[in-house]
Design a protein around this ligand. Structure first.
Ligand SMILES: Cc1cc2nc3c(=O)[nH]c(=O)nc-3n(C[C@H](O)[C@H](O)[C@H](O)COP(=O)(O)O)c2cc1C
Length: 197
């Protein structure tokens, strides 16, 4: 195999390989520059979708608005936890939303594509774009998908109509720590080549 990887390809490959989830306590509380947030959202918006349905929707909580998401998550957790309630978990949502400069709900608004999972996949592509763009700007992100994404209180808050989904919450801020290395299992264990009759 020849290896004439040009610089542009190398940059993209490195960005993909080095992309990391950054836990919320490892981002700075400083606001995200408007220009940076716009670039990140624009990157998300270039995701592919079958028949250009563009099903990704984002609700962004910043400034005072972050407390609204913190309250929603904490109170929904409390309502759903019953006797498994833990004060630590209850406070975590609030603390997380208070700490990061930008928190986001990731929503999916399908437009009748069949099978419907294509719409979910498209939103995943949008988030990956967003994550890569953010990290290239020094912004660390994490995606959280608590069980309460389907809770009626969450659906009501985001005024989700039938078929629409909340696919999680996303937290971002300038990285306070270097992005750590990670590892993956061997890709060859996940691939089958069929190259003969
Ligand atoms: C669809 C999706 C949902 C995720 N949900 C959670 C989550 O609920 N909690 C969590 O800690 N991490 C969550 N993650 C982040 C993964 O744990 C993380 O991507 C994985 O550990 C690999 O680490 P890396 O992103 O640094 O490579 C989610 C990632 C994806 C793609």
């Amino acid at each position: 195999m020849t290896s004439d990887i040009n610089t542009e390809a190398q940059i993209i490959l490195d960005a993909i390989r080095n992309r990391r989830t950054m836990p919320f306590m490892k981002v700075k509380p400083d606001p995200i520059a408007e220009e940076h947030l716009s670039l990140i959202l624009e990157a998300a918006n270039w995701a592919p979708s079958h028949r250009h349905t563009e099903p990704w929707r984002f609700v962004i909580f910043q400034g005072e608005g972050r407390a609204r998401l913190g309250d929603l998550l904490a109170e929904t957790y409390k309502a759903a936890a019953g006797d498994k309630f833990l004060e630590r978990k209850y406070q975590k949502s609030r603390n997380r939303c208070a700490h990061v400069p930008v928190a986001m709900a990731i929503l999916m608004k399908p437009k009748g594509v069949n099978p419907e999972f294509e719409e979910i996949l498209a939103v995943g592509c949008a988030v990956q774009n967003m994550h890569l763009a953010a990290q290239s700007l020094g912004i660390g992100c994490s995606w959280s998908t608590p069980a309460l994404v389907d809770h009626p209180d969450v659906r009501t808050f985001f005024q989700l109509e039938e078929g629409e989904r909340c696919l999680g919450f996303y937290y971002m801020g300038y990285a306070a720590d270097p992005f750590p290395p990670s590892k993956r299992g061997d890709v060859n264990d996940k691939v089958t080549f069929i190259d003969h009759a």
